[in-house]
Design a protein around this ligand. Structure first.
Ligand code: ATP
Length: 294
């Protein structure tokens, strides 16, 4: 196997008597997107800050290309923070120029503008940008040194659904170009869409890790059929057990075809039927007993 681009080995971080990160280990292969998920206070930001070289670990090791991180490491990574202050009275063009000059290795200006779709607002002041535009500028800044490794810290928090989707497309393109990414997010859908591998953190530890689809397959083998509440009598006739939820009557089944046949036999009205498979949200709830966004 090739050497991982990044490796965390038994990372620990103590804040006084509190252990914020308690022995976190994982590897990120080149060209992959690795996602860190978890509820507030799980230790994601602290872990990522250690990986970014911003916070010193209390224990453990960080390897980049198989060697302990060295002085050149900051030149190799790109950071997109949640709340980087953009200077309000710089235009996007000026902001990009300013950041670009901080690095020895620099992305070509035009390529960066094209890649992050900044053409339309290059000469606008930072304080006039929409949330989605602002995030794209912050992404361009993170890419200004052509980093081998890109850190994205909750990049779509606060964006409307359309801007969020647009940003996801952008990240997918950047990934298709061969970039390696470490992403922290609250959005399980975001992790599912973008990440090759995820680690779910809680109380400073990783409690589950793997490819999203494999994690779900390991924990769930049922599909959920959802019917409107008025179908309760039909379900009773069919002898099917259902759970009443906010979404309707939910029937968990390993045999979807058979369950549907049974419902048709008793003349159930299936016009309002929906089917879903388990999501990372279900997995998170099962592992932690809590909703991620709770
Ligand atoms: P969020 O999703 O809310 O950002 P998180 O998973 O990123 O949460 P961290 O910010 O890493 O979690 O926090 C982990 C724990 O460490 C929390 O209990 C937090 O209060 C504590 N902590 C974080 N930074 C500090 C600090 N500078 N000093 C003391 N305690 C801290």
């Amino acid at each position: 196997m090739s050497v991982p681009l990044l490796e965390a080995r038994a990372l620990i971080k103590d804040y006084g008597a509190q252990r914020a990160v308690n022995g976190v280990s994982f590897t990120v292969a080149p060209g992959r997107c690795f996602g860190l998920l978890g509820p507030n206070g799980a230790g994601k930001t602290t872990t990522v800050e250690m990986l970014e070289g911003i916070t010193a670990p209390s224990g453990g090791e960080i390897l980049f290309r198989g060697a302990p991180v060295g002085r050149d490491y900051p030149e190799e990574i790109g950071l997109m923070f949640q709340s980087t202050a953009l200077q309000d009275f710089l235009t996007v063009r000026e902001a990009l120029d300013t950041f670009g000059h901080l690095y020895r290795r620099r992305a070509a200006f035009d390529a960066l503008v094209r890649r992050c779709a900044l053409e339309e607002f290059l000469d606008q002041y930072a304080n006039t940008l929409s949330g989605g535009q602002r995030q794209r500028v912050l992404l361009a800044i993170a890419l200004a040194n052509r980093p081998a490794l890109l850190f994205l810290d909750e990049p779509t928090t606060g964006l409307d659904p359309q801007a969020r989707r647009r940003f996801w497309e952008l990240i997918r393109e950047i990934k298709a170009g061969g970039s390696t990414i470490v992403l922290t997010t609250h959005y399980l859908e975001e992790a599912h869409l973008l990440c090759d591998e995820i680690a779910i953190m809680d109380h400073g530890r990783i409690i589950a890790q793997g490819r999203p689809a494999a994690l779900l397959a390991d924990h769930f083998d049922e599909s959920i059929l959802i019917l409107p509440p008025e179908q309760a009598p039909a379900l009773a006739r069919a002898g099917l057990a259902a759970q009443e939820t906010l979404h309707g009557l939910e029937i968990a089944t390993r045999a979807v075809n058979q369950t549907l046949r049974r419902l048709l036999e008793v003349d159930a009205d299936l016009s309002g039927l929906r089917i879903r498979t388990a999501t990372l949200e279900d997995l998170f709830l099962e592992l932690t007993g809590r909703e991620l966004r709770g």
